[in-house]
Write a protein that binds this ligand. Structure first.
Ligand code: GSH
Length: 213
């Protein structure tokens, strides 16, 4: 049985839950982080000294794996449980997927986080308009880049859904879920079509259909 710790309101936890569902894994999720606390307890810090979610505990004995870092968890679950389907075996295909996953963490998430936090988590009276503007300014060209990439392929790495679609699918879910009262996003038809396809997957239920909080 796979154990996942983390609140579903976290983009990084959503990646892991979606991945586990996509792989048809039997798993249990324990609330942690945010209003649930838990992350500062000695037991949790022994699993993740960063006091952050998500964390997983998978397997037993010599096969047991405890991991933090959401994209690493997605890679690990796909490598261990997808029999090469979501974790490409051929090196050129694998590193194509790896590249997009790192781009999500290092580039897209860094750009998009500000607008999400300000518009969704910060009360209107306390919002930092400059932080919102900077985040929108940094994020829109990245979605435009993604849109151009998806113009010639159904999924990020070609014809097949791979592990790379999970972190960026979660980014699209968060950006597309920004309050329409505050933000009108440009048309990105290829990203919209890709996101609609991701959302229709059985494995994405309870993740890509969630309202932001
Ligand atoms: N790079 C880490 C970042 C983890 C992270 O920032 N987690 C946030 C939630 S998205 C967190 O734990 N915040 C503190 C909390 O929820 O208590 C990952 O991808 O797993």
């Amino acid at each position: 049985m796979l154990n996942i710790w983390g609140r579903i309101s976290s983009i990084n936890v959503r990646k892991v839950v979606w991945c586990a569902q996509e792989l048809g894994l039997d798993f249990q999720r324990t609330e942690a982080g945010g209003k649930f606390g838990v992350v500062q307890t000695p037991e949790y810090l022994a699993l993740n000294p960063n006091a952050m979610v998500p964390v997983i505990d998978d397997g037993e004995g010599a096969e047991r794996v405890v991991l933090w870092e959401s994209n690493v968890i997605v890679r690990y679950l796909c490598a261990r449980h997808s029999h090469g389907k979501l974790y490409p075996i051929d090196l050129p295909a694998r590193f194509d997927a790896e590249r997009w996953m790192d781009w999500q963490q290092t580039t897209m998430n860094k750009a998009s986080g500000g607008a999400f936090v300000q518009w969704v988590r910060v009360p209107a009276a306390e919002r930092n308009d400059a932080a919102i503007a900077a985040s929108v300014h940094a994020t829109e060209p990245l979605f435009a880049l993604l849109d151009a990439h998806l113009a010639t392929r159904p999924f990020l790495c070609g014809d097949q859904f791979t592990m790379a679609d999970i972190p960026l699918g979660c980014e699209a879910h968060r950006w597309f879920g920004l309050p329409a009262t505050e933000y009108t996003r440009p048309a990105w038809p290829n990203v919209e079509r890709w996101f609609a396809d991701l959302k229709a997957r059985a494995g994405a239920r309870g993740v890509l259909d969630l309202a932001l909080e």
